[in-house]
Design a protein. Structure first.
Length: 77
């Protein structure tokens, strides 16, 4: 199994809109589902989704745009 969680293009830091997260200045690439599938094309996708997630764990409340992807090796034949 492969589990991936990365910043998505929904993240406010992607376009500098709204309250960018504390990682906006460090993030070099924001992903969309096609990017992730392309990186792991030889695997069979089990789930792929993206969401804007509220973060109230530190500082002022802000959001992170995340993409979550789960995949596995194809079944052996």
């Amino acid at each position: 199994m492969l589990l991936v969680e990365e910043f998505s293009r929904l993240d406010p830091g992607c376009s500098g809109r709204g309250r960018a997260s504390e990682f906006a200045g460090l993030t070099r690439h924001y992903f969309d589902p096609a990017d992730i599938r392309g990186l792991f094309g030889s695997l069979r996708a089990v789930a792929c989704g993206q969401a804007l997630v509220a973060d109230r764990s530190h500082g002022r409340p802000h959001s992170h745009g995340l993409i979550r992807y789960a995949a596995r090796k194809p079944a052996c034949t």
